[in-house]
Design a protein around this ligand. Structure first.
Ligand code: AHG
Ligand code: MN
Ligand code: MN
Length: 335
């Protein structure tokens, strides 16, 4: 029997007591993701390619699809009654729920369009989202309500818009994947209990930044490149899609390690990727699939955020490999 997203979520309610409002929230995000996927698929015919003249809070030039995807997610989620507020990589400050609608008990955070540099070249892109409980006694649309460590997430997921549109989810009971049936418009469960292999021979990093990396990262990648006759005693393969969603999705399917570490280009920034919209949701998914995620020193999910748009160094994927790289950082710190 084909199991739809709704069927799976109702099964979670019965097995794990998952809140029905969380189901409504996820179904709404899934509807938005379908709309975004549809816009992505139109490409030049839909007039969705290219850049705007605006920049986001991180100073990055916005692509048309960054803004379109953000609007689709905000509009889909503001009226359902399950959310207290939303925050996005593409919005300077959190948005509350319009007074016309009831407020719920969850906070939704998203990277509406991940892999923006790949939009115009027809390479896989995605959407990443994270759900936190709205803390009692705070004004939910204030930044402070969102500043919770990633381990508090009650749900995280991503959609990858590739040859297929695939939605990957965790509600804290393992990781599942749904494929969009383009004939019926339904997300159908296609993988249950996704597991990332503990070991790997494949790494993902933007090698062009090598000269800017910290010493433990240089050492690790050099060891991989040395192959069979080097200290690791095996040959490694390299992949870099430049869409975190697509790189993480490959790791979900066949293992690997993904790194976007701190580097000296902007030494005051802890990294390129955003903790709340990218690192935390991916870290929860990866851990739920048996992998690991650190910033080189500590578990990503234990980082106490201090700012909504803060950045972080990211090392995630196959558990033994992530532990090895984290060990190299500890050794370097110990001198
Ligand atoms: P976004 O498009 O949301 O800004 O994120 C892009 C991120 C991530 O998806 C990817 O891994 C990385 O930036 C690519 O960076 P480089 O272009 O520096 O390789
Ligand atoms: Mn991104
Ligand atoms: Mn983005």
């Amino acid at each position: 029997m084909r199991i739809s997203l709704t069927h799976y979520l109702i099964r979670c309610e019965r097995q794990h007591g998952t809140d029905a409002n969380l189901r409504l929230l996820i179904e709404t995000v899934a509807r938005a993701v379908k709309t975004i996927g549809h816009a992505v698929g139109k490409g030049a015919l839909g007039g969705v390619l290219g850049s705007l003249s605006t920049t986001n809070v991180q100073g990055e030039t916005q692509k048309k699809l960054d803004v379109i995807a953000n609007e689709i997610l905000v509009e889909a989620n503001e009226w359902g009654g399950h959310l207290a507020a939303m925050a996005s990589e593409e919005m300077d400050t959190p948005v509350g729920i319009p007074v016309a609608y009831p407020r719920g008990h969850y906070l939704l955070l998203f990277d509406p369009l991940d892999g923006s540099s790949n939009i115009d070249v027809n390479v896989s892109i995605g959407t990443i989202f994270s759900v936190l409980p709205a803390p009692a006694g705070t004004s939910e649309d204030e930044e402070a309500a969102f500043l919770q460590p990633g381990r508090n997430q009650v749900c995280a997921g991503y959609a990858v818009y590739g040859p297929q549109t695939v939605l990957v989810l965790t509600l804290g009971h393992g990781v599942v994947a749904f494929t969009l049936d383009r004939d019926t418009g339904s997300f159908v469960l296609t993988q249950e209990n996704l597991q990332i292999s503990a070991d790997t021979r494949e790494f993902a990093i933007n090698m062009s930044n090598r000269r800017h990396w910290a010493a433990p990262v240089v050492r690790y990648i050099d060891e991989c490149l040395a192959g069979k006759t080097g200290p690791r005693g095996k040959d490694f393969n390299m992949r870099w899609i430049a869409s975190m969603v697509a790189d993480v999705h490959r790791i979900m399917q066949r293992g690997g390690i993904f790194m976007y570490p701190w580097d000296q280009r902007e030494p005051d920034k802890p990294g390129k990727l955003r903790l709340m919209y990218e690192a935390n949701p991916m870290a929860l998914l990866v851990e739920q699939a048996g992998g690991a995620a650190t910033d080189g020193r500590q578990r990503i999910l234990d980082i106490q955020p201090t700012r909504l748009h803060q950045r972080v160094s990211v090392i995630l994927g196959s558990r033994n490999e992530v532990e090895y790289v984290t060990g190299l950082h500890a050794a370097a710190a110990a001198g």
